[in-house]
Ligand binder design. Structure first.
Ligand SMILES: Cc1ncc(COP(=O)(O)O)c(C=O)c1O
Length: 373
């Protein structure tokens, strides 16, 4: 049998390798000119002047919550249908998680459920663009505005997605990206925080490096000026950033390949609900970045085994978070999560797929879920 078609693959351009080797040997590998260059390129990409590069997407979420004023005992509304990385920073900031339900046809937070979960203790809403498909930002923004709380978008899956023809950073107060190994754009590890306000951006710039202002002229090599509040060691280094600078040149092509494959599957698998295969309910006003191609299937275990036997790696990728012991205090009924998490499965969809592999995936799915006559 031919080797398996992977579900994920690391994209590393030759220029990124060359550039990082150069930086590794240049004598300065901390936060410096490469970080500046990567941030400046990212600003153009997200069309926001308020971009902070960081050492991971998890750090970006942690910092966003801090900037949003989340403190011990506060409540943060979040989704259980995501990577642990979305929710662990909420606990790390000392807050309680309140799960809102998801739309079982998209995997994204349901605004109606979010509105029902607001209390006087709610400080922020954290939403995730499942698989790269943008959340209902207009509705979530309205809820956040009404209650004067922050809207934080975990866009780890959604680099390159658009919402009403806008780059996603436009509506949330904070948008976070991940540049870990298997994301659309990788810097080996890394992340970014996009702030809606200038004030949050400026404070975030201090807090990503202990609270120290790196921009003030130094009299001495090390810092001697006052530090007003504690920060973190969350900044990006020049090696990672040099990779990012080179990788960004490929971002449009990478995202485009994911989108093309995703749309090919959607056309191929439409109208199979009676056969036990359902596509997610995607609206025309937004474009997924298709980090995942998720579909809802009956007989998931059998289907996954069938695909694996034919050399195609499929997976659930993320398990619902609310069942983990660490989150046991926040258990609640989530019928949308029940419906989605028991049927969702993901096919390889990325830039690494050759045309014949896409066709092999389609015909293998066809075999398991034949078209209705
Ligand atoms: C939805 C989601 N949020 C956050 C993260 C965290 O990103 P990082 O690994 O860069 O910390 C990931 C993935 O790793 C993710 O899939």
């Amino acid at each position: 049998m031919a080797p398996s078609i992977p579900l994920f693959s690391v994209f590393m351009s030759p220029e990124a390798i060359a550039r990082s080797v150069e930086v590794l040997g240049c004598g300065f590998i901390g936060q410096g000119p490469q970080v500046e260059a990567f941030e400046s390129k990212l600003k153009d990409w997200v069309t926001s002047p308020h971009v902070l590069t960081l050492n991971s997407g998890t750090s970006a979420l942690h910092l966003a919550l801090r900037l949003a004023g989340v403190e011990h005992g506060d409540e943060v509304i979040s989704t259980a249908m995501t990577c642990m990385a979305t929710n662990v920073p909420i606990l790390a900031n000392g807050a309680r998680i309140v799960w809102a339900d998801i739309n079982p046809k998209t995997g994204n937070l349901c605004p109606k459920s979010v509105a029902e979960k607001i209390t006087p203790k709610t400080k922020a809403i954290v939403c995730v663009d499942w698989g790269g498909y943008p959340c209902d930002f207009t509705e979530l923004r309205a809820i956040a505005d009404q209650h004067k709380i922050a809207l934080i978008e975990d866009a780890a899956h959604a680099f390159g997605a658009t919402y009403k023809n806008q780059k996603m950073a436009a509506l949330p107060d904070f948008t976070t990206f991940s540049f870990q190994a298997i994301k659309h754009v990788t810097t080996v590890d890394g992340g970014a925080l996009i702030c809606r306000s200038e004030e949050d951006y400026k404070r975030g710039k201090l807090l990503r490096w202990y609270g120290i202002d790196r921009d003030v002229p130094r009299k001495d090599f090390r810092c001697e000026e006052d530090v007003l509040e504690f920060g973190y060691k969350f900044h990006m280094n020049d090696v990672a950033a040099s990779i990012g600078v080179a990788q960004l040149d490929h971002a449009a092509r990478i995202v485009g390949a994911h989108q093309k494959n995703g749309e090919t599957y959607r056309a191929a698998f439409a109208g199979r609900e009676e056969r036990g295969l359902e596509l997610l309910d995607y609206k025309d006003d937004r474009k997924s970045a298709f980090w995942l191609f998720t579909m809802l299937v009956d007989n998931r275990e059998e289907f996954m085994k069938f695909m694996a036997e034919r050399g195609i790696t499929v997976s659930q990728v993320h398990a619902r978070n609310d069942r983990h012991t660490v989150f046991r205090d926040f258990q609640t009924e989530l019928p949308g999560v029940d419906a989605f998490s028991t049927r969702q499965v993901n096919l390889p969809v990325g830039w690494w797929l050759k045309e014949d592999q896409v066709q092999h995936i389609i015909s293998t799915v066809d075999e398991f879920f034949p078209k209705s006559r």
